[in-house]
Design a protein around this ligand. Sequence first.
Ligand code: PLP
Length: 244
Amino acid sequence: MSADARAARRQELADRLAAVRERLDAAARAAGREPSEVELLTVTKFFPASDVVLLHELGCTRFGESREQEASAKITEFHETVTEPVEWHMIGRLQRNKARAVARWAHTVHSVDSVRLAQALDKGVHTALEAGERTTPLRVLLQVSLDGDRDRGGVVIEDLPELVETVAGSEVLELGGLMGVPPLGWEPDRAFEQLAQWHARLLRDHPEARELSAGMSGDLEHAVRWGSTCVRVGTAVLGSRPLA
Ligand SMILES: *Cc1c(COP(=O)(O)O)cnc(C)c1O
């Protein structure tokens, strides 16, 4: 990338980031909440490591990725330039055979939706800890299915208690909270209100599970209204994703 192209992209990202932060501040104020209660997770999937470096220069320290192989390669390339530690979050659907690899780099996984996946991550994190590839437990958010459709990702509500107990019983996983995505065709407020109710119920038995990962570029205001503590924002910061 030429110096001019780099400067232009940096300015574009700075402007978009400022606009998103303004939206978040306004949404928090409208909901009677402190802007600091809602963290911004910048979703960098499909974008190159050079963009992550620019976002880091602009103050971002937490990045979301949705595919293990893409993330692993990007993280290696990013750390050829940046030596400070940052947080990498896995937000996409995760297959059990990728659990071991994700355990090497993930600070948090937002998309844990089955007991078998939780068990695979438990095993992967144990191995990563023994190998010295990580030093901390893996924070896990449970992705819930708001419409009960078992095929579209997310644990259905009937199966949530068993998954909660599996994660809470692990020595190397930390129960961080819940994650949810509005089902197609649903009003965001209906989805996020239901998610907030399930989160409140979880908090009664597990007060440590504070995190509510909800809201993306198009619906973050609605999610903040219903208590989101982490919005996962891609296109509003980076622009339209290139086609794969
Ligand atoms: C891609 C993705 C996002 C970001 O979506 P945008 O609409 O680009 O902000 C958030 N959450 C998940 C689970 C994603 O896969």
